[in-house]
Ligand binder design. Structure first.
Ligand code: SF4
Ligand code: MG
Length: 327
């Protein structure tokens, strides 16, 4: 399958009075046509910064310090501002956690969808745009009568569905969803995730699905990228997560942290310790203070990205055998 999103060696830093603090470092990641790739990490691990960098929506003091982002083969950072405006709807779009609150409160659902369509498809008639608006609402399972509704007349779940409908209105190749259901209750979250999967299969876009919720991502995505302290420490197939494969020690911790239902009780094992402060990252492998396998080498040298059977892994334990013998 053709790659839709190619992130190459990307680093993003925040300028502070005395230094540049990296929130994203050396990220390599590819999302293919019609794929759902999950990006998981604790809050502050750099997931949202990475998403904003892909959309070229970094704000204020955040800067791309190296690397490249291509969407549908196009270098996102080579576009002119005018090109970028239409590229953001026609090739890539984004749904945020709080996006449902970003709908215009004084415009009906119909106006918001139709205006978006007409702004980017100036040759479309109003009728055609309206027909597409109806079709989009149907896709997200909202009755067409709500075209006449204002955002405050809809529940949080319905508003978030409208936002998803707008994000896919111009049939982008890639939709980034950053914690799209986190603000909603569990039942609504579940049905929206089912809908996302269904719509994705029908409309055939690729999704970069970002969440702190590992079990949710493992269930929804076919491949998973795990982010820790600004780095992608592992990329793997979701199927390997339940199958006793060896994973990055941090991934292993996330797997253990999924609550296991036993006969008598729910057992939750977590990862001891806290994610590091990006301004004072531990030496070597940033995970070493929390890692049960940490060695002197881990404290001194950052592990390289090794190719693995299912993707890549950044950990000294996965040093290829041949190379290990020379050390
Ligand atoms: Fe643990 Fe070392 Fe691997 Fe880092 S490189 S995850 S500290 S074993
Ligand atoms: Mg975030």
């Amino acid at each position: 399958r053709r790659p839709v999103l190619e992130i190459e060696d990307l680093s993003v830093g925040y300028e502070t009075p005395n230094s540049l603090v990296h929130a994203v470092s050396d990220v390599n990641l590819t999302v293919h046509e019609q794929e759902i790739l999950g990006l998981v990490g604790e809050s502050g691990s750099g997931k949202s910064t990475l998403a904003f960098a892909v959309m070229r929506l970094l704000k204020g003091d955040a800067v791309v310090t190296k690397g490249r982002v291509r969407v549908a083969g196009q270098d996102v950072y080579a576009l002119t501002p005018a090109e970028l405006r239409s590229f953001r709807w026609k090739k890539m779009s984004m749904v945020f956690q709080s996006a449902m609150n970003a709908l215009n409160p004084v415009m009906t659902v119909e106006t918001q969808i139709v205006d978006t369509l007409l702004a980017h498809q100036p040759d479309w008639s109003r009728e055609r745009a309206l027909a597409r608006a109806r079709e989009l609402l149907e896709l997200v399972r909202i009755d067409a009568k709500h075209l006449k509704s204002y955002p405050h007349e809809l529940s949080g779940g319905m508003r978030q569905r409208v936002v998803i409908a707008i994000a896919i209105a111009l049939q982008p190749d890639l939709v980034i969803m950053d914690e799209p259901t986190t603000a909603l209750d569990v039942v609504v979250q579940r049905s929206i995730l089912d809908e996302i999967r269904e719509i994705q299969q029908r409309e055939k876009f690729a999704i970069l699905f970002i969440s702190h919720d590992f079990s949710l991502v493992a269930e929804l995505a076919s491949r998973v990228a795990i982010m820790y302290a600004g780095r992608i420490v592992e990329v793997t197939d979701s199927e390997t997560l339940a199958d006793g494969y060896r994973h990055h020690p941090y991934t292993e911790g996330l797997i253990r942290a999924i609550p296991h239902l036993t006969a008598e009780q729910v057992v939750i094992e977590g990862i001891p310790g806290n994610p590091p402060n990006l301004m004072e990252l531990p030496s070597g492998c940033a995970f070493h203070p929390r890692c049960p396998y940490a060695t002197e080498e881990c404290r001194q040298a950052r592990p390289p990205q090794y190719p693995s059977e299912h993707g890549l892994i950044e950990c000294h334990l996965f040093k290829p055998q041949r190379e290990a013998q020379h050390v």
